[in-house]
Design a protein around this ligand. Sequence first.
Ligand code: C2G
Length: 131
Amino acid sequence: MKRVITYGTFDLLHYGHINLLRRAKALGDYLIVVVSSDEFNWNEKHKKCYFTYEQRKALLESIRYVDLVIPETCWEQKVTDVHEYHIDTFVMGDDWKGKFDYLKDEGVDVVYLPRTPEISTTQIKKDLTGK
Ligand code: C2G
């Protein structure tokens, strides 16, 4: 069984996220999604989420490609996660290209997939508020 992992906030879940999750799952048999906690988002990414961690977790757990959802509480947990969950492949959108290559040293394949260009949470918020 090939095990795949990916990380993100996934707030205001949209089809760009789904495109990523679908392609990530296609790289293996089991997909773990590590969702940023509310505190991690605020303290480290300066993102105020619209949906809470629990709400974002529930949304992701309802997606057919997703097998397990766990919390992301720090940048450094990736190294322990890939061993604890016996990960074969680490996947992120290519806006992160190169940033996590160090995980190759842990025996993990690192894959950066093209983002879905035209959609983002920022764009959604702009379109909805007209700003
Ligand atoms: N994504 C995408 N296309 C978009 C928007 C997002 O492919 N139009 C991908 C991102 O590249 C990322 C995933 O969807 O791989 C989640 O995106 P975000 O929720 O914005 O996650 P981010 O803030 O990049 O957090 O430790 C890593 C971080 O937790 C990543």
